[in-house]
Design a protein around this ligand. Structure first.
Ligand SMILES: CC(C)(COP(=O)(O)OP(=O)(O)OC[C@H]1O[C@@H](n2cnc3c(N)ncnc32)[C@H](O)[C@@H]1OP(=O)(O)O)[C@@H](O)C(=O)NCCC(=O)NCCS
Length: 137
């Protein structure tokens, strides 16, 4: 029987696991600057909008989210391969979007690689509108 999956804030002790998740997810560019320290700074500045998905104590998905008062931004959306296509990504996006909107931010952006067709379908299914690069927003 599969464990139920719950959403929670990203536990500080899981930062290295989260970076590992990005590395194995594919289609997420993990840069040298994506370190536990930078993650801690991001979550310090944006404490309320990011979420992790946990199966028991195992981190199996996450979304980084924040805003600059003007726009909301979503980063590094990832679900562990063996937990995909079960609605967990959608739950994470909905939680992050609700948190951003509750801070009176209505426009939310995320960047998607042109060749990441699954992600494009995913964001469309989450009611995001595709804007070509360089279009005004
Ligand atoms: C994109 C990703 C986060 C989706 O997570 P997920 O938990 O599998 O997504 P969901 O189960 O909530 O899927 C929601 C919708 O997305 C679309 N979708 C998800 N996976 C899909 C796939 N493999 N093929 C086609 N459409 C897909 C479907 O429309 C789906 O709705 P449906 O279940 O009613 O058909 C996951 O595939 C992933 O981690 N990919 C690697 C990292 C990545 O590309 N991140 C995005 C960076 S912009």
């Amino acid at each position: 029987m599969r464990q139920s999956v719950v959403l929670d804030s990203i536990h500080r002790s899981d930062y290295p696991k989260l970076i590992r998740l990005w590395e194995v997810s594919g289609n997420i560019e993990v840069r040298q600057t994506d370190t536990p320290e930078v993650l801690a700074r991001f979550l310090y500045r944006n404490p309320t909008c990011s979420y992790a998905a946990y199966a028991g104590t195992r981190l199996i998905g996450a979304i980084l989210a924040g805003h600059d008062v003007w726009r909301g931004h979503l980063y590094h959306m990832a679900v562990k391969p063996d937990y995909r296509e079960r609605g967990i990504g959608t739950r994470l996006v909905n939680a992050a979007v609700s948190a951003i909107k509750s801070e009176d931010i209505q426009k939310i952006h995320c960047l998607v690689k042109r060749d990441n067709l699954i992600a494009q379908q995913f964001w469309e299914a989450c009611s995001f509108e595709h804007l070509p690069a360089h279009s005004p927003s």
